[in-house]
Design a protein around this ligand. Structure first.
Ligand SMILES: N[C@@H](CCC(=O)N[C@@H](CS)C(=O)NCC(=O)O)C(=O)O
Length: 268
């Protein structure tokens, strides 16, 4: 492993000092990149307590060989020099694979799940496969924009504080509807999106941690609480929650889930 590492450093260095044309230097960079990728199967570019958590969770669940390049995405000075090349949107997560870099959480999840035996997706001939896609797209196209609205209303209405408040309020109403759709859609018995623990559950659970992403009264969503509680109790999830310093957020959901169970017992 050391040999490959130093070879990579040598090639990169040689690229800087000896290459006459930009084209040749770029070719050498690609060679170097490929060698570095071989050291670990995957490198995840991640920031703590962000969308990086879903991809991180799947890497843990799959028990594949990976490393994390940590930095604070909110601090431009901390951005790795390569970030612009691997994700022109300057966002996390990004994963470096032997097939090149990939950004967008949902795409990373599908890519990794398919590469490693698809145990976290219903198979191609499984009748629940359509539900996997339905929820995966719903979470990205309908839930995520509202979550981003809640975190960054200023990006949609810069300088307009009054209308930012209006946007936040209407987006919260939309979030309530979305959570209700998810609550109704979760499998009654197993409390997951497509009959088995899947990448949809991972995608949802890691953004549902944030109070900004959800309605205030969680007791109205018992299926969701069961779903989240089951996921946060998994060994892989515990590792990710610990590494992102968000165990306290998962604990809040655990308490809400316990309360919801008690309430349902009383009502029976
Ligand atoms: N659609 C992207 C969104 C990723 C995203 O918004 N990441 C946030 C962190 S949670 C980010 O990098 N924000 C930096 C910025 O927007 O400047 C995905 O799901 O991967």
């Amino acid at each position: 492993m050391n040999v490959i590492f130093w070879q990579s450093v040598y090639i990169l260095n040689a690229g800087f000092t000896h290459c006459v044309t930009r084209h040749r230097w770029l070719k050498q960079q690609v060679t170097c990149f490929r060698l570095i990728v071989r050291l670990f199967m995957y490198t995840l570019y991640a920031s703590k307590n962000t969308y990086s958590m879903s991809a991180h969770l799947l890497l843990e669940e799959l028990q594949v060989d990976y490393q994390i390049t940590w930095f604070d995405i909110k601090n431009v000075d901390e951005h790795p020099g390569t970030l612009k090349t691997i994700n022109p949107n300057l966002k996390v997560p990004v994963i470096i694979t032997t097939d090149g870099p990939i950004y967008e959480s949902a795409a990373i999840l599908v890519y990794l799940a398919e590469k490693h035996g698809s145990q976290f997706m219903p198979g191609i001939n499984n009748s629940r496969r359509g539900q996997l896609w339905q929820w995966q797209f719903y979470l990205m196209s309908t839930l995520q924009p509202e979550v981003l609205n809640q975190f960054h209303p200023e990006r949609y209405l810069p300088g307009d504080l009054e209308n930012q408040q209006t946007l936040l309020a209407s987006s919260r109403l939309k979030l309530e509807q979305i959570w209700q759709t998810i609550e109704n859609g979760l499998d009654g018995r197993q409390h997951n999106f497509c009959g088995q623990y899947s990448i949809c559950d991972m995608l949802f659970a890691m953004q549902a941690l944030w109070t900004e992403s959800r309605p205030d009264n969680l007791q109205r969503y018992p299926n969701i609480l069961e779903n989240l509680n089951a996921i946060y109790s998994r060994t892989a999830a515990k590792t990710v929650l610990r590494e992102h310093n968000v165990e306290n957020l998962a604990m809040l959901i655990h308490h809400q889930c316990t309360q919801s169970r008690r309430h349902r017992e009383i009502m029976r």
